[in-house]
Design a protein around this ligand. Structure first.
Ligand code: GSH
Length: 201
């Protein structure tokens, strides 16, 4: 059984969403965030030293990093689903967006969230965060203006990775100027698998 350690309102929704898209059996162990710090409880560190979510226990291994977990689960249980074939041109786009989510897109979104609580906005980091967010979201908006999903007309696991970043960005007002991203999110969030995943909190 695939065991998902799920911190509520976190990136581990990606893994539950993947399981639902694939129709695989899985078990969810849920953890609440600290009501003040919003951090994970110390019990998550009993499962993995980083104590960050998602953590997945499968086939005797303990895995972290959402994109790596997704690739492993696809390799093991659904090698022909939710990603283009390796010799398909769209595979290069798939790889890029799978890694862009955590490697590039998440940084300005996290910076924006943490900086919003800082009153003195004069430090250079404010300009940097804004410039990077504009750069990323303009590029994403352009991509989604010409295709329904990140890799073309088919939904892939890259949409799970990127959709999660965009759903995190939207309530911060970061997507207000990007109509193609908003239309994409409306489409994405209607998927039954996504709706089921969000019922875990
Ligand atoms: N790059 C990692 C990020 C993992 C991560 O930072 N998870 C957050 C939740 S979204 C977490 O567990 N935060 C709680 C804490 O740091 O205490 C991934 O994609 O899995």
């Amino acid at each position: 059984m695939i065991k998902i350690h799920h911190l509520k309102q976190s990136r581990s929704t990606r893994i539950i969403w993947l399981m639902e898209e694939l129709g695989l059996d899985y078990e969810v162990i849920s953890y609440d965030r600290d009501s003040v710090t919003r951090l994970a409880p110390a019990t998550l560190r009993d499962i993995h030293p980083l104590g960050k979510s998602p953590i997945v226990e499968v086939n005797g291994s303990v895995l972290v990093e959402s994109a790596a977990i997704i690739e492993y689960l696809l390799d093991q249980y659904a090698p022909d689903k939710l990603r283009p074939a390796k010799n398909d041109h769209a595979y290069t786009r798939y790889l890029q967006w799978m890694h862009f989510a955590e490697g590039s897109a998440m940084l300005p979104v996290l910076l924006n969230m943490f900086l919003s609580a800082v009153e003195d906005k004069s430090a250079p980091v404010f300009g940097y965060a804004q410039k990077e967010a504009q750069l990323d979201f303009s590029y994403i908006n352009e991509t989604l203006s010409t295709s329904d999903y990140f890799c073309g007309q088919d939904f892939t696991a890259a949409d799970i990775m990127m959709g999660s970043v965009l759903n995190f960005s939207q309530p911060q007002g970061l997507l207000d100027d990007y109509p193609a991203i908003q239309a994409y999110l409306t489409r994405l969030n209607k998927r039954a698998a996504f709706i089921k995943a969000t019922t875990f909190g």
